[in-house]
Design a protein. Structure first.
Length: 716
């Protein structure tokens, strides 16, 4: 058959399986989408199934549309009869058809995330629930997370008053949604599961209809999704699951990689077909990925290979600082561009969103076009805008937009009516909101006093310390530190971004003569306003490794490969956390088709101060013969000793001081004076002659790199 032409033996075996449940273990770049769509086309074209009897589940609408487009080209029939869609989309379709049995109005509406949050806020206000003790967004995550575990309010275990109150809100929220005839996304799946569970005739109808159930990205299913699939499959239907346990990276969203093992047991799967031939990457990249992931426990096991050549070895670069790491990446990108590689074929990957700031700054400075995939640019992120609003209002109390953004964030009991009254008073008197706020009493007056206190306390501080002080005493840091439950992970990322704002200020002071708060705020606005590349532009891709899953590029840079950063510090304290981090690194490596860079820095700015780290343990897990070190001193040493400082002033394995000529009058630990920055101590040196630089920890201005030729330092 023409359909089978071009398939390798394993792909052909998967496509032509008889009517039985199967697990297709599809490695990165092994053609899983082709196998899935060809399987459907094969069943229909050979008369083994009608389009009416096939249900195909994907995780994104984009994947569902791609599958339908491919099938339309393969089959000479109308594919509209096929049920292909996401879990939520298919459940919505079933509930529409059986709305009475599901106890829903025919025209029930679906709440998106924003609508759901608004509904919860409205309910909590009516129930007189303290939204500081029970933040609405945390309540939203509690409700959705419970539903995704298949739990109603009366099934959630509540051993303390705090949780019992959350359960009360959950129960009343469900009742409110029922009264209003609306459902949220989690409700779609849970309501559909409950419908099939209790209504035998409807369940048997769909079991009889959908003889073939195909699931994409099976490793990403959560417990409720798997239970829904089991109900539909019953005892006689074939469940054709395609997935890769080595790419299961969404545990924080509820994905349960153990579903793959349960599938083998529950469906007595005898056919585990491994798609190991990779059509994306050169051999050295795949060999590195295989070596890394082989260290994980409880794998189903597979080994990627390619008919292509080994290709280039992986390029490893160690930078003295994170800023120089970014500079190296920019220079390599410029070289790639001159060689004819399009910018859109290059991706910069990082473990945490906060890491993008240094990279973005280097790219903007070099005039390289980029887009942040699946996220916002650094200065566009919510928590950064909040912090900048505090600083803007301190600098200019006439800034009404800044005041409105933070007057009740974090929440301080200033309601919408109070803000409306301020706006009315300001309009009547033709004054800025600040003047109206200064005349107001109560909680508004306390807000004004806080801003005045921040202005007074930071008047003589250098820029990085101003920002640090505002974050601590403006209660932003405390707000995110107090997040708990499902919201905690997101809060930790926002805290990382706020810390990175201090680093941005430190770098700004180092690079600019005018290091005032006004100048920094202008700089932030200009970087935020830089042209964000459109979909049609040739632009670099910046993204977290999580966002990169499913994508591929000619060249990939994996940045920040330091212990505690990647693998992330949190993984150490989580059961199975390091295995998940290793799967994440495996995903990162297998995004590259031709060239892969791995980079890390000896020192990285943290809270506006230099922090010394050590190379990621993942680098040690890659075979030496696959690595090409671009920093010769490491190539000769082949050592992954910690770069932790033996004292706060000098890194244990610093190489810079050893490169400094013995005749140099400067040494690490030496006290110095600078006309602008005052007294400080040298903590690092590098280069020689006109390129000589020193790193000085100034008492008031923080840590700075200075060119000795221009710094005019005086020894003390």
């Amino acid at each position: 058959m023409d359909l089978l032409n071009g398939l390798n033996p394993e792909q052909r075996l998967a496509v032509t399986l008889p009517h039985q449940s199967a697990l297709i273990l599809a490695g990165a770049g092994s053609g899983k989408t082709r196998v899935l769509t060809t399987r459907i086309a094969y069943l229909v074209s050979t008369g083994q199934a009608s389009p009416h009897s096939i249900l195909a589940v994907t995780f994104t609408n984009k994947a569902a549309k791609e599958m339908l487009t491919r099938l339309s080209a393969m089959l000479p029939i109308n594919t509209r009869g096929l049920w292909i869609g996401t879990f939520h989309g298919l459940c919505n379709r079933m509930l529409r058809a059986h709305h009475r049995e599901a106890n829903l109005p025919q025209t029930f509406q679906i709440l998106d995330s924003g609508d759901q949050l608004s509904a919860i806020k409205r309910l909590m206000k009516a129930m007189n629930v303290d939204d500081e003790k029970y933040p609405p967004r945390e309540m939203q995550l509690f409700i959705s997370g419970s539903k995704e575990q298949g739990l109603r309010a009366n099934e959630v275990e509540a051993y303390d008053p705090y949780t019992r109150r959350k359960v009360e809100v959950f129960a009343e929220y469900d009742a409110q949604c029922q009264r209003e005839g609306v459902v949220d996304f989690s409700e779609l799946l849970l309501r559909c599961y409950e419908l099939l569970s209790r209504n035998t005739s409807i369940r048997e109808h769909y079991q009889e209809r959908f003889r073939h159930i195909l699931v994409d990205e099976f490793q990403d299913t959560n417990p409720l999704q798997y239970r829904w699939l089991k109900l539909l499959a019953g005892k006689n239907n074939a469940l054709f699951a395609v997935g890769d346990d080595d790419q299961s990276i969404y545990a924080f969203r509820g994905a349960h990689v153990g579903n793959m093992q349960e599938l083998l047991r529950d469906f007595h799967v005898e056919n585990v077909i491994k798609l190991e031939q990779n059509y994306r990457s050169h051999g050295n990249i795949l060999d590195a990925a295989n070596a890394l992931i082989s260290r994980n426990r409880n794998r189903l096991g597979k080994n990627l290979w390619t008919s292509e050549s080994g290709g280039e070895t992986l390029r490893v670069y160690e930078a003295p600082t994170d800023v120089e790491e970014a500079g190296f990446i920019v220079s390599e990108i410029q070289q790639l561009k001159s060689e004819g590689v399009n910018l859109k074929e290059i991706a910069l990957l990082y473990r945490s969103n906060a890491q993008s700031r240094v990279l973005e700054h280097a790219l903007v400075s070099a005039g390289l076009s980029y887009r942040v995939y699946g996220g916002l640019r650094f200065f566009e992120r919510q928590e950064i805008k909040h912090a900048l609003a505090y600083l803007r209002l301190m600098e200019n109390t006439d800034d009404d937009n800044a005041l409105l953004r933070i007057i009740n964030f974090p929440t301080r009991g200033i309601g919408a009516r109070s803000i409306e009254q301020l706006q009315e008073a300001a309009k009547q008197n033709n004054t800025p909101l600040w003047d109206a706020a200064a005349r107001a009493g109560g909680k508004v007056s306390a807000f004004v006093a806080m801003i005045e206190s921040l202005r007074s306390a930071t008047r003589e501080l250098p820029l990085p310390e101003i920002i640090d002080h505002v974050l601590q005493h403006g209660s932003l840091t405390a707000h995110y530190q107090n997040e708990t439950g499902a919201k905690k992970r997101e809060a930790e990322e926002r805290l990382e971004n706020l810390n990175e704002l201090i680093n941005a200020a430190t770098l700004f002071v180092h690079e600019n003569e005018d290091d005032s708060l006004t100048a920094f705020l202008s700089h932030a606005s200009l970087e935020a306003g830089e042209h964000q590349a459109g979909d049609q532009d040739d632009a670099l891709h910046l993204m977290t490794v999580h966002a990169a899953k499913g994508l591929e590029f000619h060249t990939v840079f994996i940045t920040g490969l330091e212990e505690g950063l990647f693998p992330h510090q949190n993984s150490i304290n989580t059961d199975g956390g390091l295995d998940e981090e290793r799967r994440l690194m495996y995903v990162a490596i297998t995004r590259a088709r031709r060239r892969l860079y791995l980079s890390f820095a000896q020192s990285r700015m943290l809270h506006g101060q230099v922090s010394y780290g050590m190379a990621s343990s993942f680098l040690r897990e890659l075979p030496d013969n696959l690595l090409h070190w671009l920093t010769p001193r490491i190539s000769a040493r082949k050592s992954f000793d910690a770069y932790l400082p033996s004292t706060p002033s000098a890194p244990a394995s610093s190489f810079a001081a050893s490169e400094q000529p013995r005749s140099s009058p400067w040494r690490s630990g030496q006290a110095v004076f600078h006309t602008k920055f005052g007294e400080g101590m040298i903590v690092n040196l590098e280069g020689s002659g006109a390129d000589a630089r020193v790193q000085v920890n100034f008492r008031k201005a923080g840590v700075k790199w200075l060119a000795l030729e221009y710094a005019k330092l005086t020894a003390l």
